[in-house]
Design a protein around this ligand. Structure first.
Ligand code: HPA
Ligand code: MG
Length: 225
C-alpha cells in the first residue's frame, strides 16, 4: 500500500474465515424468498457484520479521532458498510467528548462483469478531489481482491495531497497474485469465492440481501448477462 497509508501499527487481517469453513445453512436464517436456490450458504450473518463494524469504528476513532476526516465511500458495493461504519463512528463521537467532524463523499468504481474483473477500471465522481488536500481521508471499500483496484484508487487520491490516507475494507479475499495492497482496517478475510449481499452484487442482484452469502452455480447462471 502507498507510503501515506502505512502509518498504523497493529494492522490486522480481521476475522479469518478459513477455506474449509462450510458457512451456515440458509435454513437457519431468514432471507428474501426470491433468492431461494441462488445461494450456497451464509458466510457472514448480518449481526456479525454489525458487531465487527462497531469494533472497526472504535479502532478508526482511536487513530483518526482527533482530526477532521473525509470518508470516501466506494460505490456501489460500499454503501451499506460505509453507512453502518459512519453510523458507529457518530455514536462513538456522541458518547465521548471527542467529536469528529466528518464529511462523506461518494465515488464509483466499476470493473466487474458477471464474476470476473475486467481490465478497465472506471472511477466516477473523482474528477476533482481538491478538497482532500491536507485532510485525513478514510477510503471505505466493501471488498478487496488482488488490490489492483485499490492501488489505482490510492494513486488517484494521493495526487490531491491529503495529509493521511487510511483504507477500511469490510472483506479481503484470499486470491492468488494479490498485491501488498491491504487495507489498514479489515473486517474479515474470506476464501476466494464469489460472495453477495450487504450491498455486494452479482450483476446488480443481491444488494437487497442482509447477510453475506456465497452465490450458487445456479444463481450465477440465472443472473448471467
Ligand atoms: N462479490 C461481489 N463483488 C465483488 C466480489 C465478490 O466476491 N469480488 C470483487 N467484487
Ligand atoms: Mg459489483
Amino acid at each position: 500500500m502507498a507510503e501515506v497509508a502505512v502509518q498504523s501499527e497493529g494492522r490486522s487481517e480481521g476475522i479469518v474465515i478459513s477455506d474449509d469453513w462450510p458457512g451456515y445453512s440458509l435454513e437457519l436464517f431468514s432471507y428474501p424468498a426470491h433468492y431461494s436456490g441462488d445461494l450456497d450458504c451464509v458466510i457472514i450473518p448480518h449481526g456479525v457484520i454489525m458487531d465487527r463494524t462497531e469494533r472497526l469504528a472504535r479502532n478508526i476513532m482511536d487513530e483518526l479521532g482527533d482530526h477532521d476526516i473525509v470518508v470516501l465511500c466506494v460505490l456501489k458495493g460500499g454503501y451499506q458498510f460505509c453507512a453502518d461504519l459512519v453510523d458507529r463512528i457518530k455514536a462513538l463521537s456522541r458518547n465521548s467528548n471527542r467529536t469528529i467532524p466528518m464529511r462523506v463523499h461518494f465515488i464509483r468504481l466499476k470493473s466487474y462483469l458477471n464474476d470476473q474483473s475486467t481490465e478497465d477500471l472506471h472511477i466516477l465522481g473523482a474528477e476533482d478531489l481538491s478538497f482532500l488536500a491536507g485532510k485525513n481521508v478514510l477510503i471505505v471499500e466493501a471488498i478487496v481482491g488482488t488490490g489492483k483496484t485499490m492501488k489505482t484508487l490510492l494513486k488517484h487520491v494521493e495526487a490531491f495531497r491529503p495529509k493521511m490516507i487510511k483504507v477500511a475494507g469490510l472483506l479481503v479475499k484470499r486470491v492468488p497474485h494479490s498485491s501488498a495492497c491491504v487495507p489498514d482496517y479489515v473486517g474479515f478475510e474470506i476464501p476466494n469465492r464469489f460472495v453477495v449481499g450487504y450491498a455486494l452484487d452479482y450483476n446488480e442482484y443481491f444488494r437487497d440481501l442482509n447477510h453475506i452469502c456465497v452465490i450458487s452455480e445456479s444463481g450465477k447462471q440465472k443472473y448471467k448477462i
